[in-house]
Design a binder for this molecule. Structure first.
Ligand code: F6P
Length: 549
């Protein structure tokens, strides 16, 4: 019988060991030295793909590092994994599902077969219905129950059914000419619903209930509250004109009372956090208009094509993923900061938080064995520059931790006023420069700073950054950026040998919360059998509310 060699564990691979040896050589080299030895690296270590320009020269690496990282990616089969994903193989092994968010932006007429069916046809059938619906709300032919036109769309969803559409709406709202405004309710904290509906006329408000499963507690609680808000004002018959649903679960949608002809479907092969370009984007499509939504999809597609075709060393998402592996696994970095220099991208870091941390926050390999000798997904955080500069940049510049950061900026502003755009962008260029090169003690002393203050005013530098620059924030460039990070995260997950497409880690808390609800609501003192901390906290809560304990 033929025997096959066992697949080596990641850290046993010769390519991994080569990187460890290389890291030992390079770890103390300062970016100042790397630029001094190789002054042209800024002109060489960059890439253009779709509408994006990436400068990765301010990273603690050399051409040799890139070569070694690419060898690791090849050994781990990143390109085979990528092709399997695009081809619809069931790479989400724990849920036995294909991972086909890329099919959501495939052009009409393309073919992606799953179980003998071309899923692209289904995608466009839904897209066409979404476009007709969005156009009818925008042009006023879809009216509310009383015949008034709809002026506000409120999306009710959470996680992937909220973060994507709300981020895209925030980013692109000017493209919709404010014909219809969008708002997003996600938190089961009633404050969210109360504040988002404040001042609105129910007769002119339409709700999109977005939930892949249509069983999510927060979303259903908010959906019921929304239905009461509408029917209390307009009567029970008003529901059909004020509610549509986005889901994979037609039965639950019907049970809620939404006519399934007003339901926009998607499929189990679309992960929640990868669903913004599915029907989950419906509210955004209404807000920005179908043509701009098409442009967004085209932007995704451009980056998909690049990811599929470019060799790994010139492949923007793959390279970002490999650079991330370099810092996480060899330098021991725990986090990555996403720093958009664009107020319209206020929600981008929150969106990437779910995309990355829900995907790659795993601690078992694909075969179920525990990962004990390397770290996986990083902690993702950030907020738009320049606000962060006056908050947490202190720690990035002078703290003890290594925090790789991605800067994202645009040449043209979408709301230019005077010299604001250049003021903003001067910071986009200055911060990575300051982070990389710092300011030596000698430089500080030469400025006449008293000796005892010199250490406090010295900037060690050597903090790595990527700079991503695009001409303008448009639907297309936003599509480029989202797909860039989707594929970056894929690359990392594949190297770490994890399943980036399930999220079992969110389940336990949900189950426990369901168990606790009756304990909070009970009119008699409930029997609490939790650990002593949780039981005491629940008692304290009941006490504060004057409920028997
Ligand atoms: O709890 C996590 C999660 O399952 C996410 O993966 C998902 O995006 C979110 O909840 C919302 O789920 P649904 O769209 O099914 O309401």
């Amino acid at each position: 019988m033929a025997t096959t060699d066992p697949v080596p564990q990641l850290t046993d691979r010769p390519e991994w060991k080569a990187l460890q040896a290389h890291h030992a050589e390079i770890q103390d080299r300062h970016l100042r030295a790397l630029f001094a030895e190789d002054p042209g690296r800024g002109e060489r270590m960059n890439l253009s793909a779709a509408g994006l320009y990436l400068d990765y020269s301010k990273n603690r690496l050399t051409d040799e590092t890139i070569g070694l990282l690419v060898q690791l990616a090849e050994a781990c089969g990143v390109t085979d994994g990528r092709d399997a994903m695009f081809a619809g193989e069931r790479i989400n092994i724990t849920e036995n599902r294909a991972v086909l968010h890329t099919a959501l932006r495939a052009p009409k007429g393309a073919s992606v077969m799953l179980d003998g069916k071309n899923v692209v046809d289904d995608v466009h059938e839904v897209l066409d219905r979404m476009k007709a619906f969005a156009a009818s709300v925008r042009d006023g032919s879809w009216t509310g129950h009383t015949g008034k036109r709809i002026t506000t769309v409120i999306n009710i969803g959470i996680g992937g059914s909220d973060l994507g559409p709300s981020m895209v709406w925030d980013a692109l709202s000017p493209f919709g000419d404010h014909v219809v405004e969008c708002r997003y309710v996600s938190n089961v904290d009633s404050v969210d619903f109360v504040e988002k509906t404040r001042g609105l006329d129910p007769a002119q408000t339409l709700f999109v209930i977005a939930s892949k499963t249509f069983t999510t507690l927060e979303t259903l609680a908010n959906a019921h509250t929304a239905r009461d808000w509408i029917t209390n004002a307009l009567g029970d018959e008003a529901t059909p004109k004020h509610f549509v649903a986005v889901s994979t679960n037609a039965d639950e949608v019907a049970k809620f009372g939404i006519d399934t002809k007003n339901m926009f479907g998607f499929w189990d092969w679309v992960g929640g956090r990868y669903s913004v370009d599915s029907a989950v984007g419906l509210s955004t499509m209404v807000g920005i208009g179908p043509d701009h939504f098409d442009e967004l999809l085209a932007g995704f597609r451009e980056m998909d094509d690049h990811f599929r075709e470019a060799p790994l060393a010139e492949n923007m998402p793959a390279l970002l993923g490999l650079i991330g592996v370099w810092y996480s696994n060899f330098f021991g970095a725990e986090t990555v900061a996403i720093l958009p220099y664009a107020q319209y991208l206020d929600r981008l870091s929150a969106y990437f938080q779910q995309l990355d941390m829900e995907s790659d926050g795993k601690s078992v390999r694909r075969d179920g064995t525990p990962i004990t000798d390397y770290s996986t997904g990083p902690i993702v955080w950030g907020q738009p520059g320049t606000n962060g500069q006056h908050a947490y940049y202190q720690l990035i510049h002078q703290g003890t931790r290594l925090i790789p950061a991605d800067f994202i900026g645009f040449a043209y502003s979408n709301a230019p006023l005077g010299d604001h755009p250049d003021l903003l962008m001067s910071n986009f260029f200055a911060q990575p420069e300051a982070l990389a090169f710092g300011k030596t003690a000698e430089q500080v002393a030469a400025e006449g700073v008293p000796a005892e203050q010199v250490p406090h005013r010295t900037f060690n530098g050597n903090h790595p950054t990527n700079s991503i620059l695009a001409e303008r924030l448009t639907p297309r460039t936003l599509g480029n950026i989202i797909a860039l990070y989707e594929h970056k995260i894929f690359t990392q997950g594949w190297i770490w040998d994890i399943n980036s497409f399930d999220q079992w880690g969110v389940e336990l808390g949900k189950v426990l919360a369901k168990r606790i609800i009756p304990e909070l609501e009970a009119t008699e003192a409930p029997h609490l059998a939790h650990d002593s901390s949780t039981s005491t906290l629940i008692r304290k809560y009941r006490e504060m509310l004057g409920r028997p304990v």
